[in-house]
Design a protein around this ligand. Structure first.
Ligand code: TXA
Ligand code: MG
Length: 349
């Protein structure tokens, strides 16, 4: 990926961030929409560009050699162990926020989310920005509630204005190929260790079992009192077309019924046995590997492509209900949330 690591462009991006601008950059999970985490005006631009309600905290991205202790008021031993095991990589830790870190980036909460991405372009940018001692606040580079971008062209689609120009607040999009992981980082809350223990706020590529190997026990599932995570809203990560989940056993008959009544259906599936006649009647179809990491890698790009075919319904074959699929199932459930009932309606009409 040497062409992606264009030193001049990285330096230019770092100067834009230092001047309070917005730069979209690749990470191994999804592309981020970055701003200087210690500049409240710059962070405010992220909310404005995304259309994200304020009060939703943003993850701070750090260079590998940066000191996470600068951002937090307490770095528990569990955090140090997880950092040693998983950074750089797709793990965000929620920790008590240091008093000098601005409110804006934490959405007013007394915690802060920190992560060190492994993507070489993200690392080069973080190393160049403020000589590697700054933090880049970055949510996923999509409009609020939409599918996260896993390629630079997705970012461009999200932030292209009606007149064809880039959103006026977005200064630059750095190129970094396709994000390898494909779904957002695992988020583990370590801010309530004293009275609760570690809490898994968002499942991801790094599973609860993998985390447990470095903790004393399994992280707890997210609870009511958990710090606010917008990715934890019931409806999120959603394409524009309605999306419904269907179990593998019911898939062929349901498809047949929908297609017979002339419905425009797009399909995302992972099993192989699908009748050729059925396949040909679909307006779009994508097959992803029947393995959690391969499926996650292709998931968001697939949803975007199927959405572009403007189907009446995106039908998604449900993934197995095992720990390894937890991250994928979480995203699919939220993407399908607003579509409850749509499948039965289409079948009834
Ligand atoms: O993989 C990722 O995490 C990507 C890339 C760009 O790093 N970022 C990402 O950001 O997914 P975003 O904003 O789309 O999702 C971050 C989630 C949000 O749901 C936010 O509420 C939560 O992290 N979060 C951030 N700081 C937090 C805090 N202090 N307490 C609780 N939740 C926090
Ligand atoms: Mg997001």
């Amino acid at each position: 990926m040497s062409s992606d690591l264009n030193a001049q462009e990285i330096a230019h991006a770092a100067r834009l961030l230092e001047a309070g601008g917005l730069v979209a950059f690749p990470t191994e999970t999804v592309y981020g929409l970055g701003a200087d985490a210690e500049n409240p005006q710059a962070v405010a631009k992220i909310y404005a560009a995304k259309g994200r309600p304020s009060g939703h905290p943003v993850i701070v991205h750090l260079a590998p050699q940066a000191d996470p202790g600068y951002w937090v008021s307490q770095l528990p031993a569990q955090a140090e162990k997880l950092i040693a095991a998983f950074w750089p990589g797709p793990l965000t830790l929620i920790l008590p926020r240091a008093p000098h870190i601005p409110d804006a980036v934490a959405g007013g909460q007394d915690t802060i989310g920190v992560r060190c991405p492994s993507h070489p372009v993200a690392q080069a940018l973080l190393q160049e920005f403020k000589h590697g001692r700054g933090g880049v606040a970055a949510p996923s580079a999509n409009k609020f509630g939409q599918v996260s971008p896993t390629a630079s062209e997705h970012v461009r689609q999200e932030f292209t204005e009606a007149d064809g120009g880039l959103h006026p607040l977005l200064d630059l999009i750095l190129e970094g190929g396709q994000s390898e992981v494909g779904i957002e980082s695992t988020i583990l809350d370590l801010s309530r260790l004293d009275y609760l223990g570690p809490v898994l706020l968002r499942p991801g590529h790094i599973s609860a079992e993998e985390l447990a190997l470095h903790l004393e026990h399994m992280p707890l599932p997210a609870d009511e009192a958990a710090p606010r995570v917008s990715g934890a809203l019931a409806s999120h990560y959603a394409p524009r077309s309605p999306l419904a989940l269907i179990d593998s056993a019911s898939l062929p008959a349901t498809l047949q019924a929908l297609l017979q009544s002339g419905r425009r259906i797009a399909l995302l599936h992972h099993s192989n046995h699908l009748d050729t006649a059925l396949q040909e009647s679909l307006c779009a179809r994508i097959h992803l590997p029947p393995r959690p990491h391969g499926f996650a890698h292709g998931l968001y790009a697939a949803l975007r492509r199927l959405d572009n075919a403007k189907p009446e319904l995106i039908l998604v074959e449900q993934a197995p209900d095992t720990h390894a699929w937890h991250g994928v199932n979480d995203r699919l459930r939220r993407a399908a949330h607003d579509s409850i009932g749509i499948l039965s309606n289409l079948l009834r009409k």
